[in-house]
Design a protein around this ligand. Structure first.
Ligand code: AMP
Length: 401
């Protein structure tokens, strides 16, 4: 089945055209600067043809039409007409408490998605425009929504998702832990279960999605029992520009000291903290690592903090699951930064992690065990593939229609 996977961000739209039967990506592309000016880079992965141009994209509906033109182009396209695209799968950042699995787009689903606007004010409007753009350009083609929160909200127990604030905040305003990166955690946990023998029942896995945004999940019997991101993706460990968990009293304190408004302090915690804020150098882990190597104390501190926080989550989640079979590293940092993986695992020998530093030091493009064969707790590097999950969910839902 030809499935178009769409990931609409606040000013961007990434896409991949999958042939799910053959299990290959036929084309991929990225529209950027939507609402500003606009540019597209489209690659036909079968012929190698690349189309790159600057073109006005006042909104996501126009961007979607430009993507469709690229996909159907005689020169660099992959299909003769959009009729050949049998379904569209959309990545959706926040499904609130409404969605704990992927769903077919209907009027009722769109009405519920509207209710998630408040929970992801930057992303939800972009998703809605992306969906409407596809509806307009491909009327009649079924569309499916795959939520970043669903893997978490489907199975987290109440004690992990209700915050100890007054209960009316949960009842009236839906304040609870939702988590994020669920599609990535789901994919790598699934791959890890295959590597552990294929049976989810009885497995205890900690998945570390470490990228510009980072989150850690405890996956027991193939289901999430806790995750580090919370009401929003600001929670958890230190990230590129996000502070992660801090004493909540810091927020009113710095507002009083600096005169920041609620929106300004929210922006500050999302955009000016983390690696960038601590190091004063960059939000990019590679830049921070390079500065630390040259002896920059604050760069080293930013790295020490994140390693310490990851280890604390691993400790907490091991206790929460009553044991541990495997730790998985994924995403930009988790897949590529061998020093980060080594530093995290260095202190974990006491809990049965026998890390293979030599094996870990190499670069791998596919799932690899980086602990010694005798290690009681296995450690894996598993490249994530959120788009594949979206394509597969879309195919399954559309085939069942
Ligand atoms: P992502 O959000 O998953 O795309 O990950 C982005 C993060 O991965 C950035 O902080 C990058 O610096 C980091 N990253 C990518 N490649 C490497 C690498 N070879 N070493 C260290 N960090 C890397």
């Amino acid at each position: 089945m030809n499935v178009l996977v769409v990931n609409a961000g606040s000013s961007s739209l990434k896409y991949q055209l999958f042939d799910t039967t053959a299990g290959v990506v036929r084309a991929k592309g990225l529209c950027e600067r939507i609402g500003i000016d606009g540019k597209i880079k489209h690659t036909n992965l079968e012929s190698g043809a690349v189309y790159e141009t600057e073109i006005a994209m006042p909104n996501h509906t126009v961007a979607t039409k430009i993507v469709i033109d690229a996909l159907t182009s005689a020169e660099y396209g992959s299909v003769k007409s959009m009729d050949e695209i049998e379904a569209v799968g959309h990545r959706v950042v926040h499904g609130g408490a409404y969605f704990s699995e992927s769903v077919l787009v209907t009027d009722e689903v769109m009405a519920k998605l509207e209710l998630c606007r408040d929970l992801a004010p930057l992303h939800t409007p972009a998703h809605i425009m992306g969906i409407e753009g596809c509806t307009e350009a491909m009327p009649g083609t079924p569309q499916v929504l795959v939520f970043d929160t669903a893997f978490h909200t489907a199975s987290m127990p109440e004690k992990a998702y209700v915050y100890p604030v007054s209960y009316d905040m949960y009842e009236k305003y839906a304040v609870r832990r939702y988590g994020a990166h669920g599609t990535s955690h789901r994919y790598v946990a699934g791959e890890c279960i295959k590597l552990l023998g294929g049976k989810a029942e009885g497995t205890k896995i900690i998945t570390c999605h470490l990228g510009n945004g980072s989150s850690i999940s405890a996956v027991k019997d193939g289901k999430v029992i806790d995750t580090s991101m919370g009401f929003t993706p600001l929670a958890g460990i230190e990230m590129g520009t996000r502070c992660g968990d801090i004493d909540p009293a810091i927020v009113p304190y710095i507002m009083n000291k600096t005169g920041m408004t609620p929106d300004e302090v929210n922006n500050y915690m999302n955009k000016k903290c983390g690696f960038l804020g601590v190091s004063g150098i960059s939000s990019d882990c590679r830049d921070v690592c390079a500065a630390a190597k040259e002896g920059n104390h604050r760069a080293q501190l930013a790295l020490d903090i994140v390693v310490y926080e990851i280890q604390k989550f691993i400790g907490a989640y091991t206790v929460a699951m009553g044991g541990l079979d495997a730790i998985v590293f994924t995403a930009g940092i988790g897949e590529n930064d061998s020093a980060m993986r080594e530093n995290v695992c260095k202190g974990l020998e006491f809990m049965g992690v026998d890390f293979d530093a030599e094996k870990n030091a190499n670069r791998y493009s596919s799932a690899t065990e980086i602990s010694k064969p005798t290690s009681k707790v296995k450690v894996f590097m598993i490249p994530t593939n959120e788009e594949l999950v979206i394509a597969k969910d879309t195919e399954a839902i559309v085939k069942a229609l």
